[in-house]
Design a protein around this ligand. Structure first.
Ligand SMILES: C[S@@+](CC[C@H](N)C(=O)[O-])C[C@H]1O[C@@H](n2cnc3c(N)ncnc32)[C@H](O)[C@@H]1O
Length: 277
């Protein structure tokens, strides 16, 4: 699949979401947009691309963007970031925030919610150490359909077993609606909101911990740089940023730097500390 309609589609997707679609990804475009074309009553994906180029309504463009995004996620994905959260990041923050007794966590690009619910489990499991603290977990994604799944908090057998120990499954999930529903305690801790990373972080406030994992891999260097610099500005000076295991800031930005010996954990660099904090 090539030609002006395809090229226009690649530009459209990149502008709307940052996702880079190249000519080599034609197979992906075909398979992901096939269902959208069918719902639109169009004979095929080529016809959908032509409609988009002729000027489609925003809602249809958004459905195509959602279809092109990869929503893969699972509980305690990659394990190490959550181990690091428990063994190092949270103990330091708890010591440093004894007077404010607040913690703010942002899961950017949270997909179907497994990441913020994993964070909520970890925080709950701290028990008395943060009893009475004000804990906020903001979980955002650009895709409203995937956020609806996240808010519902219902996972099928495969999803609930992926990354969760039997103890955690029993403690935090109950059978419901043919799946497993996350406990109200965890649900109340997480606020889900639609947010496009290309739109910056204004209005979100400052966070102690940010997860921005397995999304930057889909962007070009310029968008990665802009997003990482904005994310860095939204971090407390002693805050922590977790990126995906396949993601790096090398050659992208100096706003954050990796923590020696800990894969995926980043801190603000000296030159990017918030002056007012
Ligand atoms: C592969 S999932 C990652 C989920 C989770 N962070 C994890 O690591 O398991 C990538 C998510 O990024 C979201 N996404 C892609 N582009 C985005 C953008 N520009 N702004 C916000 N979210 C975006 C997609 O909708 C998708 O749900």
């Amino acid at each position: 699949m090539t030609g002006p309609d395809y090229d226009h589609f690649c530009r459209l997707i990149r502008q709307a979401s940052g996702l880079v679609v190249t000519p080599e990804k034609a197979y992906l475009v075909s398979s992901r947009l096939g269902p959208v074309a069918r719902v639109e009553g169009l004979p095929g994906v080529a016809d959908l691309l032509a409609v988009l180029r002729a000027g489609a309504p925003d809602a249809l463009v958004q459905r195509c963007v959602d279809a092109m995004a990869t929503h893969e996620s699972y509980f305690f994905r990659d394990a190490t970031p959550f181990d690091q959260l428990v063994s190092d990041v949270l103990p330091s923050l708890i010591a440093a925030r004894q007077s404010q007794r607040t913690l703010r966590v942002w899961c950017a690009a949270c997909s179907s919610g497994q990441e913020p619910y994993s964070v909520a489990m970890v925080l709950q499991e701290l028990g008395a150490r943060i009893a009475g603290w004000k804990i906020e977990i903001l979980a955002t994604d650009m895709s409203e359909p995937i956020l609806m799944k996240a808010r519902a908090g219902i996972y099928n057998d495969f999803e609930v077993k992926r990354g969760l120990s039997p103890e955690r499954q029993t403690r935090w999930f109950k059978p419901e609606a043919g799946g497993w529903k996350v406990s109200p305690t965890l649900q109340q801790m997480v606020q889900f909101r639609q947010h496009n990373l290309l739109q910056g972080t204004a209005g979100l406030g400052v966070f102690d911990v940010i997860f921005c994992r397995n999304v930057l891999i889909y962007f070009d260097v310029e968008n990665k740089r802009q997003i990482l610099e904005q994310v860095s500005r939204a971090m407390a000076n002693d805050g922590s940023l977790f990126l995906g295991s396949a993601e790096t800031v090398l050659g992208v930005t100096s706003a954050v730097e990796s923590t020696p010996g800990v894969r995926g954990l980043y801190r603000k660099t000296e030159t990017h500390l918030l002056r007012s904090a």
